[in-house]
Ligand binder design. Structure first.
Ligand code: GLP
Length: 241
């Protein structure tokens, strides 16, 4: 497990933003997939600040959405695209031609997901993905039991994901489906950055670190992955490291 441990979330955000910016500078034209969720937001805001200082051109790469809640779109506060628009795509001025995301409102979600996955197949593999660890060990919406070969598509959400997901929707429980890039697609990225902060993530990270390739813990498939680096703050770091 390749680990970077920062003193606190602010230091971690800076470290992650610098790693992502370095990748973007060295790899124009590549495709990135960045998680929404609370964990990466400070790092994404730091990337926007770096661009404002002229340190990186965030439009020199393309972006593909990591995941989306079924039935939600850009006008729904808390949807993945709304969060990413607010914190990253809009303040960074990402041009539409550099962005491809799952449409949670698509009449045929399977066909919409297939089109996104087709773009990744054509332009990919991913250059870099920045992932947050769910409270049940998920990545994107790769829920417990997901095959490491899953390319992506429409999935049934785990109860833990729906319960935890209430924090994004002012206490309302999200619906039962999600759309996601799969572990197989994420695992082909040149760089996989897995990020977690806070005491509440320590228990799941302790389990993940102790159980590489455990089907019940999707993130554990990346414990020994050669492209993966785990970025944790001290509070989230497993007791064993
Ligand atoms: C959510 C999302 C993931 C996110 C993860 C962690 O349910 N599907 O993309 O990275 O869970 O979320 P958070 O960073 O808010 O803890």
């Amino acid at each position: 497990m390749k680990l970077v441990i920062a003193a606190d979330p602010a230091e971690l955000a800076l470290t992650v933003a610098q790693a992502v910016a370095a990748f973007i500078r060295a790899n124009p034209g590549r495709l990135l997939s960045l998680a929404a969720g609370d964990t990466p937001l400070a790092a994404l805001r730091e990337l926007v600040s770096m661009q404002q200082r002229g340190e990186v051109d965030l439009n020199s790469v393309g972006y593909v959405g990591l995941d989306e809640w079924g039935g939600l779109g850009p006008a729904d506060p808390g949807s993945c695209i709304e969060v990413m628009n607010r914190h990253f795509y809009h303040p960074a001025g990402i041009r539409p031609e550099n962005l491809c995301v799952f449409n949670g409102l698509a009449a045929d979600p399977e066909a919409d997901a297939a089109a996104v996955l087709e773009l990744v197949a054509r332009r990919g593999p991913l250059g870099l993905t920045l992932l947050g660890i769910g409270m049940n060990g998920h990545l994107g919406f790769n829920e417990p039991g997901t095959s490491p070969d899953f390319i992506g598509g429409v999935v049934t959400l785990d109860d833990v994901t729906r319960e935890v997901g209430r924090k994004y929707f002012a206490g309302r429980t999200p619906g039962g489906t999600g759309i996601t890039l799969g572990l197989g697609t994420l695992g082909r990225a040149d760089r996989i950055l897995l990020m977690a902060t806070g005491e509440k993530k320590r228990a799941i990270l302790t389990r993940i670190a102790a159980s590489p390739d455990d089907p019940a813990l999707p993130a554990s498939h990346f414990v020994n992955h050669p492209a993966a680096t785990w970025y944790l703050d001290r509070a989230a770091a497993p007791d064993t490291v």
